[in-house]
Design a protein around this ligand. Structure first.
Ligand code: CIZ
Ligand code: SF4
Length: 305
C-alpha cells in the first residue's frame, strides 16, 4: 500500500474505533502528519488523561505509552512497535532504585519520566525536562537529600540552576550524549546569527554553549515567539520537521545530523495501521504498579505552572 492509502485506512479505523493518535515530537514526518496531538511526554500524558477516545495509539517509545496507560487505565493503549524502547529508561530498574534508597533511607526520590513504570512506582515524584527545575524548587524545597534517576546530565543541569545537590544515577541518553561542543561550534561558524537551543539531556559542556536550555515543547514555544530567525537545535532532529512546519519563515539546523533516535523511528505507517486494525500491541501493567506510579505522576501534574 502507498502512504496515501495507508493514511486513509488509518483515518477510517481511527473514526470507526473511536481512537486517538498521540505523537511524540521526535517521531518521523509521516507520523507527525497523522497526529491528533503532537507534543512531549508531559503534554501527551495530559492529553491521554483527558481524551474521551476508547483507544490511544501512542507513537513514541515504551515508557511514554506506559505513562499514558497509567493515566488512562480504563482505555486501551496501543504501542504500534513493542520493541520501541528507550535505552536511558532501561538503564535503571526497581531493584537498582531500591538498593540506592537503602543506602540513603532519608532521601526523597525524583524520577525523570524516562523510566520504567516500576521505577515511577518506587519514586516520590516524577518530572520531565520541562518541569524538573520547578518541581525541585517547589515540591522538594524542604527535602534533605534527593535521589535523581536516571539521567545524570539532566540532574547536573537542574543542580546547577537550583543549587541543590543530588544523589544521581549514572544514566544518560545515547543520542543527546553524542552531541559535542565541536558540533555546536561548527554550526555556529556556518550560522553566526543563529540562537543555540540545547536540551538538558546533553552533556554539561554542550549545555554551557546554549543560549537557551529547553525541553522540546520549550523549544517549540520559544522558536514560535522569538524574533530570531535561525536556530541551531541540540536535540533529536525529528523535532525540526514540526518546527519548520509551524515556522516556515524561519530556519532550523540540527547541531548534529547524527542525532537520530533509532527507537523513535521504529514507528511506521504500516505498523500504526496494523496496530489499529488488529488492536495490537496493547500496553498492560500490574494494578499495584499502576496505582503507585500514578501517585508520582499525579503529584507532578498537580504542580503545573
Ligand atoms: O519529555 C519528553 O518528551 C522528552 C523525552 C523530551 C522533551 O524534552 O520533550
Ligand atoms: Fe530515550 Fe534518548 Fe531516544 Fe529520547 S532520544 S527516547 S531519551 S534514547
Amino acid at each position: 500500500m502507498d502512504n496515501t492509502s495507508l493514511v486513509e485506512e488509518i483515518k477510517r479505523y481511527r473514526s470507526e474505533k473511536n481512537a486517538v493518535i498521540l505523537v511524540h515530537n521526535y517521531q518521523p514526518p509521516e507520523i507527525h502528519d497523522i497526529a491528533d496531538y503532537i507534543g512531549d511526554s508531559l503534554g501527551l500524558s495530559i492529553e491521554a488523561s483527558k481524551t474521551t477516545a476508547d483507544i490511544i495509539v501512542f507513537c513514541g517509545v515504551f515508557f511514554m505509552a506506559e505513562t499514558a496507560k497509567i493515566l488512562s487505565p480504563q482505555k486501551t493503549v496501543l504501542l504500534p512497535e513493542p520493541a520501541a524502547g528507550c535505552p536511558m529508561a532501561d538503564m535503571i530498574n526497581a531493584q537498582d532504585l531500591q538498593n540506592l534508597q537503602k543506602e540513603h533511607p532519608h532521601a526523597r526520590t525524583l524520577c525523570y519520566v524516562n523510566t520504567p513504570a516500576e521505577v515511577k512506582a518506587y519514586s516520590d515524584l516524577c518530572c520531565t525536562s520541562a518541569n524538573a527545575v520547578t518541581l525541585v524548587e517547589k515540591v522538594l524545597a524542604e527535602a534533605g537529600e534527593i535521589i535523581f534517576v536516571p539521567d545524570k546530565n539532566l540532574a547536573h543541569y537542574v543542580s546547577r540552576i537550583t543549587g541543590r545537590r543530588f544523589i544521581a544515577w549514572e544514566g544518560y541518553c545515547p543520542v543527546h550524549a553524542d552531541i559535542t561542543t565541536d558540533d555546536i561550534q561548527q554550526q555556529k561558524k556556518r550560522h553566526p546569527e543563529a540562537e543555540v537551543l540545547v536540551h538538558p539531556e546533553c552533556v554539561p559542556d554542550v549545555v554551557d554553549l546554549a543560549d537557551y536550555v529547553l525541553s522540546t515543547e520549550g523549544m517549540v514555544r520559544h522558536a514560535g515567539s522569538a524574533d530570531t530567525r535561525e536556530f541551531i537545535l541540540a536535540t533529536e532532529k525529528g523535532i525540526i520537521y514540526r518546527l519548520q512546519k509551524e515556522n516556515p519563515e524561519k530556519a532550523f539546523y540540527p547541531a548534529s545530523t547524527a542525532s537520530v533516535c533509532p527507537n523513535m523511528k521504529k514507528i511506521t505507517l504500516d505498523k500504526v495501521l496494523a496496530s489499529l486494525e488488529e488492536e495490537i500491541f496493547e500496553v498492560t501493567l500490574p494494578p499495584h504498579i499502576m496505582s503507585r506510579a500514578r501517585e508520582s505522576i499525579q503529584k507532578m501534574l498537580d504542580y503545573r505552572d
